[in-house]
Design a protein around this ligand. Structure first.
Ligand code: PAF
Length: 297
């Protein structure tokens, strides 16, 4: 695997390659990232990953300064997965001058849910992703569905700017108990890690309540948030939305439920497409009690 620390070096390494498949990351790689690299390998002639912790997408009180860096093991994992080129610029190489020119995504999509609780987050994401796209010039870009809204915002940006890139979404990688893999899971204490599966299980219960025909989605969302709160979480949202644009459902649309909640100091997000559920999750771990909490009329 070649490592490029600068944009000219990246161009030198990629010269002549026509089908580049690209996996942007912020490092601290886990099996979820590696599944993106595997997908990239199937799509392109050359696989490029990037590691860059992007200051622009963090709010001042967030974990930019402490974001975990696991450089050696990241390189090992990428090598083992067959990544050809790792683009790992430092801030000076990617933002040699103050990045005043930014990409502001459509507020209808980007100022809701995550964007509501993390104002400016998707501007930071779109700006760096546009810049990385411009450096790598990929034919394919691979993103995890765990960051469902991010994937939609990026797809919309690519469409609006007519970028010649296929944006490919890959299913969320989960631990055996259903917890979505995330670099931030490492912040959880042992007890919190035990509790953390409740987020995905709550999504399963929400999906079940919708499939069981409860039509008042507000009630389901409120009960799901109460369930989490009762177990010591601080939920930002549990929201049942249209898959197509993340707006409120108005009947018959394929749905997704998205959630963000804090457990101790760790903020976790997860989502579930409502018609394609349960098989990913061990139902044995769900108690009748929690199930009843959402389905009670
Ligand atoms: O999903 C991430 O890790 C980041 O938001 C991304 C896409 C690498 C941009 O910094």
């Amino acid at each position: 695997m070649h490592i490029a620390r600068t944009i000219p070096k990246l161009h030198e390494l990629l010269g002549g390659h026509r089908r580049t498949a690209f996996v942007p990351t912020m490092g601290n790689l886990h099996d979820g990232h590696i599944s993106l690299v595997r997908k990239a390998r199937k799509l392109g002639d050359v696989t490029v990953a990037s590691i860059f912790v992007n200051r622009l997408q963090f709010l001042p009180h967030e974990d930019f300064d402490t974001y975990p860096s696991t450089w050696e093991s990241d390189c090992e994992k990428l090598r083992a997965a067959g990544c050809d080129v790792l683009f790992a610029p430092d801030e000076k190489a990617l933002y040699p001058e103050l990045q005043t020119c930014k990409v502001h995504p459509d507020p209808a999509l980007a100022d809701i849910l995550e964007g509501h609780f993390r104002p400016g987050f998707f501007t930071g994401v779109c700006t760096v992703v546009m810049k990385l796209f411009s450096c790598v010039q990929p034919q394919f870009a691979i993103f995890g569905k765990k960051d469902y809204q991010q994937l939609m915002v990026i797809r919309h940006m690519v469409r609006q700017f007519a970028l010649p890139i296929d944006v490919v979404g890959v299913d969320t990688h989960r631990a055996d108990d259903g917890l979505a893999l995330s670099s931030r899971n490492g912040y959880l204490s042992k007890d919190e890690r035990g509790e953390a599966r409740q987020l995905s299980q709550t999504l399963v219960l929400v999906a079940k309540a919708v499939r069981d025909g409860i039509t008042n989605l507000d009630v389901i969302e409120t009960r799901a948030m109460a369930l989490l709160r009762g177990r010591g979480w601080q939920p930002d949202y549990v929201a049942i939305r249209r898959r197509s644009d993340l707006q409120m459902p108005d009947g018959g649309d394929p749905l997704v439920v998205l959630a963000a909640a804090r457990l101790g100091n760790t903020r976790l997000i997860d989502n579930l497409e409502i018609e394609t559920v349960t098989s990913h999750f061990p139902s044995s771990a769900m108690t009748g009690h929690t199930e009843a909490a959402l389905s009670a009329q």
